[in-house]
Design a binder for this molecule. Structure first.
Ligand code: CR6
Length: 829
């Protein structure tokens, strides 16, 4: 034991030498310690990657200290906690974000430089954690950063996929997918919790039983898989609070298939056991829909079941019964993906806690809030009843019971309106019976959130009208936001320094509303000069990257015009490319003196197409084919370049966004629920060329339409335009550029035929033709504005100054207050 009358833990803390220190020498000691003992490199020869590993472990140690204190503090205070359930988190790199949030970036850089390493070079060693598809997943990551920074007692829960979103490689202009086995080189940012694991069950049958004299149902599962926790500490900025993102990995359970061992086929038994791991193997790479896939349903239930077991265990550690559950637990459903947790919580309360239907239901309907991220009714998840019956028989019963009660209640309110009853039913009748997961989520959540005001309007008037009329008070919206820590401080250090200099404080990094003060300097020529310098530095960085990736040399005087996001017909990358073709065509037909007036452009497109989405893949190929022609046309030279940036991901975005002048958000109005890319560009002083879709109208309110390039049909005009034959309204320029593609001007004539068919012959569903003229006008307006450097700079400064409302800090505060009912719980320093 310990001597000297000291408490054992105090003595232990003394032996630890207290908390780790953040001065450069202490950091150096830690880095060398990890080189020796963690990375185990021979003393002391280690390369950049090994130095990255050692640095990461040193940073991780600091995260763990704060993480422990935060969890301890939450435990002591026992506040209402938010549990954020999401099947996708697009975290990107962790090192750069962690050192910024811990406030030790400069110390790390100094420590490394004395050891002969460069911080920036090491940061580049890290691969992206790409456990998500696009906007929804990156939104989750931004929101975790805000939750930590604002001291909310929150946990994230998700799935630890072994294969993240595929890597995109381009061969001969075609997209090919390669597996992203991101854990190959280890992951210093996670902590494996071998002792935190729960059994998750599937299949089997349901039997009647009697417990304590009461009839109840017992589920006899057919398969058990173990869920093991991997914790990813999420540090807040300017606070000690460090919250947890707990991701579950599937492992074979000890009790798995004991029968097969007895058959004597030992090897096959092991091989079968190993199949359990398939559940958390791979992220579905298609963000359109996942209709009726057994593995998808298993993934959803797997992470939800493990998370709920964990949440309930934590609750029961402190509370004797479930009366307080809704006052201590908020469960956030990020889209419908985790919605099976509704049935699972109900099952646990009914079958395991024996609370009875009424009491269980009263708890369930108070804890869930649901955010939907889509406008397309066809993207709403459905699960065939047969599949459900097979994989989760007891849950299906519960859903039927919930639906029965709901239908009875509804009949009392609306009478025998069978058409409406059947639209609102959780169970879709028809040739194939389906569970409508969105309906389940709406019925059982206390709040349904949209992700922008426009999205909310569409939810009310088009997508969930029946439900809105029934429960108007349930429907809200929280316009999406992005974190300025990642999207300015980490990715654009020069801009960050400039903002702090002019505001005279760094407080805007926590208190984003301060950014608005930049407005008064928007026309100040000193700021403008410095602002332009920063843009130039970032454009240089981007130009270098473009040259390495695509071999195309671009001029820094050109306007960098960027569209980076997943490739989808509704996002209309095709409109962008057709616009580029038009520009090329115009230049080719110009006299020499006219050419002098042309504003040089570098058009940059990047994004992944879902692997099974043929048309999206053709758009990528078209981009390359057009680029091939334009970039090799010396007659056009620097007046126009088109580049496709391969393998777009979070860290590529961090490089591209700060270096762009103009960015495009040009979805057909009514299709983008919110859009979050635009917000990142806005923060980085990049002008927007956009349709009045998703969150754009709210951006217009902040910065003013005169400081943007808005074009195209409005949300309300789209349905009528679709009614008419769109080819009739397509302008001649449009017909001409499509004809060039059709006629094989860029080669691959047969291959592009079906792509051209999507916008011609009355089939132009996304209205490229009818928006084309106003698109070209907006582009021309951007050209004119770019010529007036002073004006352009002013607009650019106004973008950043007007971006406060689009910080995820604002989104999260809104959710905390209006949806989750949680309070900050700040851990003392
Ligand atoms: N694809 C929306 O389409 C929104 C994000 C985050 C999306 C997009 O407009 O900004 O969610 N929807 O709310 C889904 O993923 C279902 C997206 O990222």
């Amino acid at each position: 034991g310990f001597v000297g009358g000291k408490k054992k833990t105090d003595r232990m803390f003394e032996l630890m030498d207290g908390f780790l220190k953040n001065d450069p020498v202490s950091l150096q000691k830690d880095i060398l310690h990890h080189v020796e003992y963690t990375v185990a490199r021979s003393r002391f020869s280690f390369d950049d990657f090994e130095a990255y590993q050692a640095l990461s472990h040193s940073v991780r140690d600091r995260l763990i200290e704060r993480w422990h204190d935060t969890q301890q503090h939450f435990k002591k205070k026992d506040p209402k906690r938010l549990y954020f359930l999401s099947l996708e988190f697009l975290m990107g790199r962790s090192l750069s974000n962690s050192v910024i949030n811990l406030g030790i970036r400069d110390q790390c850089a100094e420590a490394l430089s004395q050891l002969g390493f460069e911080y920036e070079v090491l940061a580049e060693q890290e691969g992206d954690a790409a456990l998500g598809n696009g906007g929804l997943a990156r939104l989750s990551a931004c929101q975790m950063d805000s939750l930590a920074t604002l001291d909310y007692p929150a946990w994230g829960y998700g799935l630890r996929y072994q294969y993240g979103l595929f890597r995109q490689i381009i061969l001969d202009g075609f997209q090919h997918e390669q597996p992203d086995y991101w854990l190959n080189f280890g992951n210093p940012w996670e902590i494996e919790r071998v002792h935190v694991s729960y059994p998750v069950k599937f299949y089997g049958t349901v039997k009647e039983d009697v417990v304590n004299g009461k009839k109840c149902k017992v589920w006899i599962p057919g398969e058990t898989v173990e869920a093991v926790a991997y914790d990813n500490p999420i540090p807040g900025y300017g606070t000690r609070n460090t919250i947890n993102l707990r991701l579950w990995a599937a492992k074979p359970s000890d009790g798995y298939d004991i029968e097969s061992y007895n058959t004597g086929d030992y090897i096959n038994a092991i091989v079968n056991r190993q199949k359990a791991e398939i559940i958390s193997n791979v992220l579905y790479p298609d963000d359109r829909s996942y209709q009726g896939k057994e593995l998808r349903l298993k993934q959803q239930y797997f992470f939800v079941s493990a998370s709920l077991q964990d949440i309930i265990r934590r609750f029961k550690d402190v509370h004797g019964n479930f009366d307080d559950f809704p006052d201590k637990v908020a469960l956030q459903l990020n889209d419908t993906h985790p919605s099976i947790s509704i049935a699972e919580l109900m099952r646990v309360l009914l079958d395991e806690e024996h609370l009875g239907w009424k009491k269980s239901w009263n708890i369930v309907k108070k804890v869930f809030s649901f955010t939907t991220h889509t406008v397309q009714p066809e993207a709403l998840e459905k699960v065939p009843v047969d599949l459900f019956q097979n994989v989760l028989p007891r849950h299906l019963q519960i859903i039927y019971d919930i639906n029965f009660a709901f239908m009875e209640e509804l009949k009392k309110k609306i009478g025998q309106d069978y058409a409406r009853l059947s639209r609102m039913s959780i169970v879709e009748e028809g040739a194939v019976k389906n569970i409508r997961v969105a309906n389940l989520s709406i019925v059982c959540s206390h709040t349904v959130n949209g992700v922008s005001r426009a999205h909310y309007e569409l939810l009310k008037t088009r997508v969930f009208t029946d439900f809105y009329e029934l429960w108007p008070e349930k429907f809200q919206y929280k316009t999406n936001g992005v974190t300025q820590r990642r999207w300015i401080v980490v990715s654009n250090p020069s801009l960050c320094a400039l903002i702090s200099k002019w505001l005279g404080t760094e407080s805007w990094i926590r208190d984003i509303d301060l950014l608005a003060r930049l407005r008064e300097y928007a026309s100040n020529s000193d700021l403008q000069k410095e602002w332009m310098m920063v843009k130039k530095i970032n454009k240089m960085r981007l130009a270098e990257y473009i040259e390495t990736m695509s071999g195309v040399k671009v001029s820094l005087d050109a306007m960098f015009d960027v569209q980076i996001k997943r490739i989808h017909e509704y996002k209309r990358q095709l409109l962008n490319i057709l616009g580029v073709i038009h520009r090329y065509d115009c230049i080719k037909n110009m006299e020499k003196n006219e050419r002098e007036k042309v504003v040089p452009r570098v058009c940059i497109i990047g994004g992944k197409a879902p692997p099974g989405y043929e048309i999206a893949k053709k758009i990528i190929k078209l981009c390359h084919a057009v680029a091939e022609t334009i970039n090799n046309d010396n007659d056009v030279g620097d007046l126009l370049k088109l580049v496709f940036i391969p393998d777009y991901n979070v860290s590529v975005a961090e490089l591209v966004i700060p270096g762009s002048d103009l960015s495009q958000h040009i979805s057909t109005a009514g299709h983008e629920a919110s859009g979050t890319g635009s917000m990142k560009f806005l923060m980085n002083g990049c002008l927007l060329l956009a349709t009045a879709d998703g969150s754009t109208n709210e951006i217009i309110e902040e910065i003013g339409a005169e400081n943007m390039f808005i074009f195209g049909a409005k949300i309300n005009e789209v349905p009528a335009l679709r009614e008419k034959d769109s080819t009739i309204k397509a302008p001649v320029q449009f017909v001409r550029v499509v004809r060039m593609v059709r006629d094989g001007y860029f080669g691959f004539k047969d291959y592009f035929k079906s792509l051209c068919d999507t916008v011609e012959n009355g089939k132009d569903f996304y209205l490229l033709g009818s928006d084309f003229a106003s698109y070209l006008e907006a582009q021309a307006a951007a050209d004119r504005a770019y010529v007036d450097k002073k004006k352009w700079n002013e607009m650019s400064i106004l973008c950043t100054a007007s971006s406060a409302r689009f910080s995820s800090d604002r989104t999260i505060e809104d959710y905390a207050e209006k949806t989750w009912g949680i309070q900050p719980c700040k851990c003392p320093f």
